[in-house]
Write a protein that binds this ligand. Structure first.
Ligand code: FES
Length: 91
């Protein structure tokens, strides 16, 4: 193991997990579309912020789920219309 040279000012994790058995999950709440839209919006604002897809964050009933690190903020029921507010949180 070694420390990576990569460093980001913030990390935004968008759950895109899909549960194939039909249980509630973020994939059912258009989280992939949210991820792509949020990634594009953040890249235009601050390239030091990383937006990544992630697996289940344990908030499946209230997806789409987004976590902002290192602020340790967890957001539920996130929709593309919430992106402007998320951008404000990232400033
Ligand atoms: S499927 Fe997204 S939080 Fe569990």
């Amino acid at each position: 193991m070694r420390l990576s040279d990569k460093q980001f000012s913030k990390l935004v994790l968008v759950c895109t997990n899909e549960k194939p058995d039909g249980r509630p999950c973020c994939a059912q709440k258009a989280s992939s579309e949210l991820y792509h839209a949020l990634k594009l919006a953040v890249a235009g604002m601050d390239p030091t912020i990383r937006v990544s897809k992630t697996g289940c964050l344990g908030n499946c009933e209230s997806g789409a789920t987004v976590a902002i690190m290192p602020k340790n903020v967890y957001l539920g029921e996130v929709r593309e219309s919430d992106i402007p507010e998320i951008l404000e949180m990232l400033k």
